[in-house]
Ligand binder design. Structure first.
Ligand SMILES: Nc1ncnc2c1ncn2[C@@H]1O[C@H](COP(=O)(O)OP(=O)(O)O)[C@@H](O)[C@H]1O
Ligand SMILES: [Mg+2]
Length: 283
């Protein structure tokens, strides 16, 4: 166990802070034949049908598919926010039945507290760590604000920030409790292309430096190919995983590279095939 080389700890940081910033081994996940049906006004709706997924320690896996194919439902189950009708979700050998701080979710809308400043929002993520003093929490929060490039803005109000900065705060807040798995549900979908590109680079760097298992939901195929070691393609009605793509490109990856476009093209062709209901064969 050691502290990251890239960022300096605050001077006089306590032992608690050092311990808090230690690397924890990333989580391993096993989703085994999970199904989920929702009751809707128009009758039962099968959101997930026997979905299985294994994720290795430290892997970056993207879930892509058209809207409504069960990506968020699966992510919420992994987070422990939703229960499967059948099948099981296991993280590091333990059945997931409730949310836990080893697995934290970051949503599309940065659910930040407008009455707290930037630092206050990140500190809030540390509420569940009673052994940390106020000062310790500040030190830990500042470490993560530096990691996401927002040190200069710790006293800013949330409403003064751009969309990209808000998502950076949300990322720092999700990282601060040192989860072993990070679950991200379309976190960049509302941002403009340039802001997103910057965040792709930064997220890859953070993933490499903090070594998390990441499960990332998106409907943006290029984004998935840019970020994932693996891309799982879903099809809707009922939600199923239809295909898996290994993205064998070196990192950091550039979203505009030709190699990446080739992968994205392949995934898109499959995606269109499933949408057209011909079993994935689009050509
Ligand atoms: N709580 C719920 N009640 C009823 N239907 C739901 C609920 N949550 C999701 N659904 C339905 O389940 C399907 C899958 O939803 P979701 O997982 O949000 O898809 P995605 O994230 O891929 O867009 C959708 O048709 C959605 O309308
Ligand atoms: Mg969704």
């Amino acid at each position: 166990m050691y502290i990251t080389e890239t960022f300096e700890l605050p001077r006089n940081a306590s032992e608690h802070v050092k311990e808090e910033l230690q690397f924890l081994p990333p989580s391993k996940l096993n989703v085994d034949r999970v199904s989920k049906t929702f009751a809707t006004r128009t009758g039962p709706l099968k959101a997930l049908d026997e979905v299985s997924l294994q994720v290795a320690e430290g892997e970056f896996v993207c879930l892509v598919g058209a809207s409504g194919c069960g990506k968020s439902t699966l992510l919420n189950m992994i987070a422990g926010l939703e229960k499967p009708d059948s099948g099981s979700v296991t993280a590091d050998g333990l059945r997931v039945t409730a949310p836990g701080r080893e697995r934290l979710v970051m949503f599309q809308e940065a659910a930040l507290f407008p009455w707290l400043d930037v630092l206050g929002n990140v500190i809030f993520g540390l509420k569940m760590k009673p052994h940390l003093s106020r000062r310790d929490r500040k030190d830990v929060a500042r470490y993560y604000l530096e990691l996401v490039g927002l040190s200069r803005f710790e006293k800013s109000n949330i409403h003064e920030l751009s969309g990209g900065m808000k998502q950076r705060v949300a990322l720092a807040r999700a990282l601060a409790p040192n989860p072993r798995m990070l679950l991200m549900d379309e976190p960049f979908a509302a941002l403009d292309a340039l802001t997103r590109e910057q965040l792709y680079g930064d997220l890859q760097q953070i993933w490499e430096s903090r070594r998390k298992t990441i499960i990332f939901v998106t409907h943006n195929v290029r984004e998935a190919a840019c970020l994932g070691d693996r891309v799982m393609l879903f099809s809707p009605h009922p939600g199923r995983i239809r295909e898996e793509f290994l993205i064998k490109l070196p990192r950091p990856r550039d979203i505009n590279s030709i190699d990446l476009a080739e992968y994205a093209g392949r995934i898109t062709r499959s995606l269109k095939g499933y949408k057209n209901g011909n079993g994935g064969v689009a050509e």
